[in-house]
Design a protein. Structure first.
Length: 383
C-alpha cells in the first residue's frame, strides 16, 4: 500500500471515530426530554401559573436528575411537586416518564412584559418557559366603579355599584366610610346584607353597593362624595358624584289659609283651594284625592292638574256635601294633592248646622204650644 493510501485510511478511521463520539454524546444528551404543552402563558400580576411537566427517558439507562428552576425574577416563587411531595430530584427508568407539577407565583408588584425562566433537569437538560405579564403590577387596593356620576331630583336614592379588589398578598378587612353632606345618609351593602366593613381574600374582588340619599331640603347642584375602604395595611378611595336637578315640594291650602267652615246637613259647600309648587322642579300629573266621613261627597274641579311650574300655583274648587242625616257637630275631611315625587295634605274641619227650615218649624211648634196653653187658660181659667 502506498503512503498516500495509508494516510487516507488513517484519516478515514479517525473521522469515523470522531463522528461516532459526537453521535454518542448527542444520543446521551437527547435521551432526556422535558415536555409541557404550554410554554408561553399570559397572566396579570398576582396570579399563579400551574404547569404539568413530563420528564421522559428515551435512553437505555436509569437517569437520576437534579431539578431546579433558574432565571426566576426577584420576588417570584415556585414549587415543584410530584403528587403531594416537593421534589428536588427524579429518577426515570429507560423508556418511561415522570410527571411533575410546577407552580410559579407571580408577585403583585411586577412590570409589564415577557419573562423567561428555565426548568433544569440534571446537566444540560432545560425547558424554557415564557411568562407574559399582561399589565403593570401594583401592591395595593383598588376601589372602582363603572358609573361614578348620577343625576336625580332631591327625593331620589342614588345607587352605585363598586368593585373592591384586594391586590395584596394577604386577606384584608376593609372598613367602609363615606363623607356625605349634613342631612344625607350613606349605606353599604355586600352579599345582599347591609355592612360597615367587608372581608376580601388576597387577589380577590367583592362587589359593594353604595346607596346615598340626599337631605330633604337639599338645593340643586353637584355634590362630590368621597368613599374609602380602609384596612390596616392598604386602602382604596372612590370619588362619587351626585347631581341634584331640583326639589319636589307641593303645598295644598286655601287662599286665606283658613281650614275650617260651616255646612248644613244634606247640603254642599264650595271651597276655594290653592295648589302651590314650592320646589324648584316642575310638578306633573297632580292628583287630587280625599278622605271624608261616611255618606259625605267630595268633588274637585278640575279633577287633576297636568303640571305646575316651579314657584307657580293653580286654583282648584272643592265641593263638600254633608250627609243629610248628619247631626250637628264638627267633622274632618282630609284633602290631598299628590304627585309621584311628593304630596301635601289639608284637613278641613266642617261644622254641621241644622237646616233653617227645621229651626222655623221648631219656633212654630213652640209658638203653637204657647198659643194652645193661652187658649185653654182663657177658656177654662174662670170656671
Amino acid at each position: 500500500m502506498s503512503p498516500l493510501k495509508k494516510l487516507t485510511a488513517i484519516f478515514f478511521i479517525l473521522s469515523c471515530g470522531i463522528i461516532a463520539g459526537v453521535n454518542a454524546i448527542a444520543a446521551e444528551t437527547d435521551s432526556i426530554l422535558l415536555y409541557t404543552p404550554f410554554t408561553k402563558i399570559s397572566v396579570p400580576p398576582g396570579e399563579s401559573i400551574d404547569y404539568t411537566i413530563d420528564v421522559i427517558n428515551n435512553g437505555t439507562e436509569l437517569e437520576k436528575l437534579d431539578l431546579s428552576v433558574t432565571n426566576l425574577p426577584r420576588g417570584w416563587n415556585y414549587t415543584l411537586k410530584s403528587g403531594a411531595w416537593n421534589v428536588r430530584q427524579v429518577a426515570v427508568l429507560p423508556g418511561e416518564k415522570k410527571s411533575l407539577s410546577l407552580r410559579v407565583e407571580v408577585p403583585f408588584q411586577v412590570n409589564k412584559g415577557n419573562y423567561r425562566i428555565y426548568l433544569v433537569a440534571g446537566e444540560g437538560h432545560t425547558l424554557p418557559l415564557t411568562v407574559n405579564i399582561s399589565e403593570q403590577g401594583t401592591y395595593r387596593t383598588e376601589f372602582t366603579t363603572r358609573q361614578a356620576n348620577m343625576e336625580g331630583h332631591a327625593g331620589s336614592s342614588f345607587n352605585y355599584s363598586a368593585d373592591l379588589q384586594n391586590r395584596t398578598a394577604e386577606a384584608q378587612t376593609y372598613a367602609l366610610r363615606g363623607e356625605v353632606p349634613r342631612g344625607w345618609t350613606i349605606t353599604f351593602r355586600a352579599n345582599g346584607k347591609q355592612v360597615t366593613s367587608v372581608d376580601v381574600e388576597a387577589n380577590s374582588t367583592v362587589n359593594v353597593t353604595i346607596e346615598i340619599k340626599p337631605a330633604e331640603q337639599v338645593e340643586e347642584g353637584t355634590y362630590a362624595i368621597p368613599v374609602r375602604a380602609v384596612s390596616g395595611s392598604s386602602s382604596g378611595e372612590l370619588k362619587l358624584e351626585a347631581v341634584i336637578t331640583g326639589t319636589y315640594r307641593i303645598e295644598l291650602s286655601t287662599p286665606s289659609g283658613l281650614l275650617s267652615s260651616d255646612i248644613v246637613a244634606g247640603r254642599g259647600k264650595k271651597i276655594d283651594l290653592v295648589v302651590k309648587n314650592t320646589g324648584t322642579s316642575i310638578l306633573s300629573d297632580v292628583q287630587l284625592t280625599h278622605a271624608a266621613p261616611a255618606n259625605w261627597e267630595v268633588t274637585f274641579e278640575p279633577k287633576k292638574i297636568e303640571s305646575i311650574l316651579a314657584g307657580r300655583q293653580e286654583n282648584v274648587t272643592v265641593t263638600i256635601s254633608a250627609d243629610k242625616k248628619a247631626i250637628p257637630g264638627d267633622y274632618v275631611t282630609n284633602l290631598e294633592a299628590r304627585t309621584p315625587e311628593t304630596s301635601s295634605k289639608a284637613s278641613f274641619r266642617m261644622s254641621v248646622k241644622t237646616p233653617m227650615l227645621w229651626g222655623w218649624i221648631g219656633v212654630l211648634i213652640i209658638a203653637a204650644g204657647i198659643a194652645a196653653i193661652w187658649y185653654l187658660f182663657r177658656k177654662y181659667g174662670r170656671r
